[in-house]
Design a protein around this ligand. Structure first.
Ligand code: RUB
Length: 307
């Protein structure tokens, strides 16, 4: 169980971060844990591991979908169940890899030669789109935000430079200043709700607002495991609020200043032109169908959702 607790801490502390990486890491952790879990209490131990991983970061539904996918294992004997967990975890990991590749192939068609693309935070799905356009010989430049307070923008600019892509780093508050120099915005997703709203890194909704005002297309790159089944039943997505010390130094905190540090925000579907998924470039209004048909929640009652 120690490995599961360590893995949970890596997610909580953001050593492993980003919705897709978190999901993949959770599936890998459950797979390794299943190999060692006891014969006597296999189901109980698996469930404890699943819940421990689930209770790390509340917002990205990819974590829930990954764990839920693996935990729908089956089998008569413990050995069959163990093999089923391993098989399902491998299937999920394969889903992550193929979806990101496919999203790149579909999304890059929306990026024309000579485009300047704005992105926010550090999204593997969004970068897959930009990198694919570059690989296909299009001249692409990127404007990337710092993404305070955890500076994920620094990862983004490094990864883009490694790929040989021109990139400009800006502070988050400079988005509107630069929006008219941009041909489109591409961001990732932590969660897409049943009504097509996007939950992504704090600041995303301000970018969407600026993009709409400037008539700049706003694209979301999101694998279908970023769509939230629980929102079908009216559940609201929990926005993680992180420690004040990520935002303000001790000398400010000791003055009794109240600090709020939400990690994500909500962009209503009206601001989204298209969601690039591995099954196609879809309008946000199709989120309900993705959850029911693609993720298989059609006709499922809320009580049947056990995790
Ligand atoms: C990361 C973030 C990313 C999405 C999508 O937040 O908001 O835009 O997770 O990333 P944090 P990906 O750094 O707090 O985890 O496309 O890689 O899943």
């Amino acid at each position: 169980m120690e490995e599961v607790l360590e893995a949970a801490e890596k997610i909580r502390s953001m050593e492993v971060r980003g919705a897709a990486r978190i999901a993949r890491f959770a599936a890998e952790t459950l797979m390794k844990f299943a190999e060692k879990a006891s014969d006597e209490k296999f189901d109980e131990e698996m469930r404890f591991a699943a819940e421990t991983l689930l209770n790390t970061r509340p917002t990205a539904v990819s974590l829930y979908n990954a764990i839920n996918y693996v935990m729908r294992y089956s089998g008569e004997s413990v050995e069959e169940k163990r093999q089923s967990v391993i098989r399902r975890a491998r299937e999920f990991i394969n889903w992550v890899e193929t979806a990101q590749r496919k999203i790149g192939e579909i999304g890059e068609k929306r990026i024309k030669d000579g485009y300047t693309v704005m992105t926010h935070c550090n999204s593997s799905a969004a970068l897959s789109v930009i990198k694919k356009a570059h690989e296909n010989g299009k001249r692409v430049e990127v404007i990337a935000t710092e993404s305070r307070p955890r500076w994920q923008g620094h990862l983004t600019v490094k990864q883009l430079r490694e790929a040989g892509i021109e990139v400009t780093l800006i502070v988050d508050s400079a988005v509107r200043y630069f929006i008219n120099e941009v041909d489109c915005v591409v961001v990732g997703a932590d969660t897409i709700t049943a009504n097509g709203a996007l939950i992504n890194k704090i600041g995303t909704s301000q970018i969407a607002l600026a993009a709409k005002e400037a008539r700049v297309p706003f694209m979301v790159a999101a694998e279908t495991y970023k769509f939230s089944p629980k929102t079908l039943f009216g559940e609201l997505v929990v926005i993680e609020e992180r420690d004040a010390r990520e935002v303000a130094p001790e000398e400010i905190l000791k003055l009794g200043v109240k600090v709020r540090n939400p990690a994500f925000d909500v962009t209503p579907r009206d601001y989204i032109d298209v969601i690039i998924t591995e099954i196609g470039a879809i309008p946000p209004e199709m989120a309900y169908i993705v959850i029911t048909e693609r993720l298989g929640y059609a006709g499922i009652e809320e009580e049947e959702i056990t995790l």
